[in-house]
Design a protein around this ligand. Structure first.
Ligand SMILES: Cc1ncc(COP(=O)(O)O)c(C=O)c1O
Length: 421
């Protein structure tokens, strides 16, 4: 069906119709058609805290928070103040030279990351930070191969894309099957087989794979991967773009599994949803190239000074005791509420939870998709898990309160009744 015909079937304002048509014509024809066809013709307008409003006025609770980008809420007032204050005197800076904002952020990252992670390389996105991690691992080990999970997503830039979904990478002829090896999630035997040739530079892993619907690994899986890495002299890289910054109940998910990586990636929420920034924090040994090759990685916008100011504040808030306390309390509240709903509705057949990170499994091959579509008109936006459509990612921000969660749980139950009933 043509876009115009699909739009005719939706109740939308002339302004929204114009915006959708512009985006369809000049930016993203397939995305516009997909969302319109799914009955989600969303164009986000006002946004505040953990809510946003479609430009036609529909109010939505944000349980997607863009994978943690809005961990601290949309336009968090403290972060907005930090940005506005910074822009009075700063701009992105000149990436060739040292800067106070970059130095202070890097020192805080070294302090707030586990083990002896020390040097930071600042990038404009999570994907690019993963690219830098892969290059650093190759440089440090003299090996080319990277092992990642079949269930993993690490970004869509060059190397990070090759470390993710093979079909997506192959579509752009950017897959390198000899160099990027994929193993199943949770399978230590497969991991050992992949590493035993002693030719793997790094294992790149999301501690809890987000796009796969947050399957929680067995408590001994990540420590097992760590010891295999040690045995075969392979580096361990934790992609904490989604799982980091307090969402699991600890500042970093690796801490909840008692594992120390050689590199840790952060992004998304680090920029507070206001200024793009990504980072890879690495040990002194892995980052030895930084002492030799000043321009080994160069990015005009990587570590923009405005982004660093926001990121420092965002890191401080995420790491504070007060925030951790709220995450702990709200996680328990959410767990109880989801448990109650599950006991009443077997259609909700799986609840995966670590802190405020939640994947909900439904008894339907497209359950995640159907639930996202059912929740939208009820005023809640949550995103299905792209690699497993039975699952819905149900992601609350770090500063939510009970009333917000109760409202979301009520909508969830109503949507389950509609979809299952
Ligand atoms: C786990 C993980 N790593 C990396 C990325 C890539 O981050 P960016 O979109 O900033 O490149 C994402 C984005 O969704 C992600 O979920």
């Amino acid at each position: 069906m043509s876009l115009a015909k699909t739009l005719d079937q939706l109740e939308i304002s002339p302004r929204k119709r114009e915006i959708l048509t512009l985006n369809h014509s000049y930016l993203m024809p397939n995305r516009v058609e997909t969302w319109a066809g799914a009955g989600v013709p969303l164009v986000i307008g006002r946004r505040e805290g953990y809510r946003f409003w479609d430009i036609d006025g529909h109010e939505l609770q944000d349980l997607h928070i863009n994978g943690g980008t809005y961990n601290l809420g949309h336009r968090n007032p403290e972060l907005v103040r930090a940005l506005v204050k910074a822009v009075a005197t700063l701009d992105v800076g000149n990436h060739h030279f040292p800067s106070e904002a970059r130095g202070r952020l890097a020192e805080a990252l070294a302090r707030h990351t586990p083990g002896d992670l020390h040097y930071s390389v600042l990038a404009p996105s999570g994907g690019e930070a993963n690219d830098v991690a892969i290059k650093s691992a190759r440089r440090a080990t003299g090996r080319r191969k990277i092992v990642s999970l079949e269930a993993g997503y690490h970004g869509a830039s060059g190397l990070s894309g090759a470390a993710g979904n093979d079909t997506e990478a192959a579509y752009f002829h950017s897959d390198y099957p000899d160099e990027f090896v994929k193993v199943p999630f949770g399978d230590l035997d497969a991991m050992e087989k992949a590493l035993s040739g002693r030719d793997v530079a790094a294992v790149l892993i999301e501690p809890i794979p987000a796009t796969f619907g947050f399957p929680i690994p067995e408590q001994d899986y990540l420590p097992g991967v760590r010891s295999l890495c040690d045995r075969y002299e392979t580096l361990l890289v934790a992609d904490e773009v989604q799982t980091g910054l307090g969402r699991t109940g600890q500042l970093w998910a690796v801490e909840t599994f008692g594992v120390q990586p050689d590199m840790l990636i952060s992004g998304k929420g680090l920029g507070g949803g206001l200024y793009p920034i990504g980072v890879v924090v690495m040990t002194r040994e892995v980052g030895a190239w930084l002492g030799e090759r000043g321009w080994g990685y160069v990015s005009t916008f990587g570590g923009s000074e405005l982004g660093c100011v926001v990121a420092l504040r965002s890191l401080e808030i995420s790491a504070s005791e007060e925030t951790a306390r709220n995450v702990a309390e709200m996680s328990v509240h959410l767990e109880q509420g989801l448990g109650d709903i599950r006991s009443r509705h077997p259609f909700l057949c799986d609840v995966r939870q670590k802190g405020l990170i939640v994947g909900l499994g439904f008894d339907d091959p497209y359950g995640g998709l159907k639930m996202a579509a059912a929740l939208y008109p009820l005023g809640l936006w949550a995103m299905l898990a792209g690699f497993d459509r039975r699952y819905l990612q149900f992601k609350a921000g770090l500063l939510v309160d009970r009333a917000f969660l109760d409202e979301a749980l009520e909508k969830l139950e109503t949507a389950i009744r509609r979809v299952a009933g």
